[in-house]
Design a protein around this ligand. Sequence first.
Ligand SMILES: [Zn+2]
Length: 496
Amino acid sequence: MNLPRTLGALRASAFPEQRLRNRRVKDELRENLIARLHANGRPERILPGIIGYDDTVVPQLVNAILSRHNFILLGLRGQAKSRILRALTELLDESTPFVAGCEIHDNPYAPICRRCTALVEREGDAAAIDYLSREERYVEKLATPDVTIADLIGDIDPIKAARGGHDLASEYTIHYGLLPRANRGIFAINELPDLAGKIQVGLFNIMQEGDVQIKGYPVRLPLDVALVFTANPEDYTARGKIVTPLKDRIGSEVRTHYPGSLQEGISITSQEAWQQRGDRALVVPQYVREIVEAIAFAAREDKRVDKRSGVSQRLPITCMENVISNAEQRAIRNREELVVARVGDIYAAMPAITGKLELEYEGEVRGADNVARELIRVAIARTYDSYFTGANMQQVVQWFDLGGEIKLASGAAAAEIVSAIKEIQGLGDKLGTLGVKSKDAPELQVAASEFILEGLHAHKRIGRSEERVFTAGEKPRRPESPVDREEPYRGRRSFN
Ligand SMILES: [Zn+2]
């Protein structure tokens, strides 16, 4: 597209003064949102790639934007808060004209900085115009207690300021901070309560009056910014964490949540995890996807895991990536063409799990590795139940009780163990439930068989050593283990 390059050409273009002069960022977001609602009211088209929020978060966000509010997303870690904020750029114009060379992207029809006011006055319609893309209009900052006014709003040279006498504002040499640089765009602050009170006051002043004090000097900066925030709900509501006038200026509070159903979680994880790597054909069986997701659900319910920080959706995402990598590693080492993920790969993905769990004291005592291993086991038991509740596994269990043993090492080639697996009486018949037939690739048969054995092990009907040798079951030694209850899987209710 040939965009006008001077102010004169801009006047005669699709960006006439009448349209652009008083159109604030929030008006623009509103206009473009309305256009989308007209074209296709389906929530998933308004913020593409945001799954599971169609009936809860999205309608509230739409209202906040229609109301031209600054808003805050309140939610625990890994609830796609930053992703939602980034997706707002979709609601900005494709290109936005500004005075070329301006650090704060001044509106050509209404510049606020001293340089551009003078420039437009001097050059008139010949003033050069440049453009911002949508992405360039999004600025994000993670709040930390050491963020200063200089970082956020800017700094001035006090000597130059003092020399300016009474007409200070026109003489300032301001070194702009992040917020002015986000002028005419969206400015996102993550974890707002971590911002020092003094900085929150500065933010409020900018929002309210366009005035702020820098090193004691009043500076007028009537910025045009859509301010959006995120926070952990408990931090946000804690007394004294957010200065009241700022809280008062945040028009809408929108609560995010974890996926309401296992299926929604699986969809998010499938979208976000790096899966198709291009080198080899990959199969991640549905039961493996269900187990990986069920780990996060189990962790969110587990008393040993800190409820205030939550369990991020990044847990199943990174876990899935490691599961695939372990399967990939096995395929490469064994020169297999087909990569099929197995339950054993989930245990190998523990490094992607432990770091995502904030443990309570009880969990700390137990140790992160043990907690993770137990969560995997709970997830396996629930997933197994969803396929095999009521199935008669007596024959398989008996095979082990009669002294049968099999080693399913996580690195073992499928071709080498598939014949040994077929020796286990009664097991082959059950693979049909998982959609696996006896003429399917050995990788698929091994994976499905291993899932059934892991399921029986999770219910303590058969035993399994650290070296992944499956044997006859022993009397349960730890009857307090949560797996013993064999509870059917229950979906977590969303709280919105
Ligand atoms: Zn300027």
